[in-house]
Design a protein around this ligand. Sequence first.
Ligand SMILES: Cc1cc2nc3c(=O)[nH]c(=O)nc-3n(C[C@H](O)[C@H](O)[C@H](O)COP(=O)(O)O)c2cc1C
Length: 189
Amino acid sequence: MPDALDLLKTRRSVKPMELGGPAPSAAEIETLLTIAARVPDHGKLAPWRFILFEGEARLKAGETISSVFRADRADATPDQIDFERKRLARAPLVVAVVSRAGPHVKIPEWEQQLSAGAAAMNLVNAAYALGFAASWITEWYAYDRRVLDALGLSPNERIAGFVHIGRPAKPPEERDRPKLADIVTRFGG
Ligand SMILES: Cc1cc2nc3c(=O)[nH]c(=O)nc-3n(C[C@H](O)[C@H](O)[C@H](O)COP(=O)(O)O)c2cc1C
């Protein structure tokens, strides 16, 4: 297991298609979610929750995604429909990070949404620390209310991300990062 700084300096996303089994064990999932829930959260509102997609349930959710896709695309080919059906079955585990942010007397909704992002990022880093890789994606179905209703989200809930977790088929390649000189200034400097 890499030490914490190496881990944070080397983590990379791996595409869902390149994430295989074996899936995280029950104990590993417990660790992943415990870390995901350990994030800054103004007002201790826990303005997020997690939905796990594992095993056959991934395809059951995929049926919903593909039927919504079909309803909008009369010209869809069988291959496209099959691809949609398998959207959540590419990696052995998918965790939907659901934002429950809403109006509050003291805590701005924006801060609640940021906390959901922190939960998703903690989940991604925890997966890497446990020897897995992850991909934090949304894709079209994260924004389709018909899909969200069928997946059990309340009207006030939104998807912060579908975090796909599995074993990487091969080590990921590096990608360019923003130059610090382009994104950092010193106030008054
Ligand atoms: C909220 C959010 C949603 C994202 N949705 C997608 C997506 O739908 N499809 C996609 O290819 N990448 C998406 N990404 C980008 C990937 O997660 C990731 O940034 C990219 O693969 C490279 O990440 P890395 O630098 O951590 O390796 C999303 C990122 C965020 C933060």
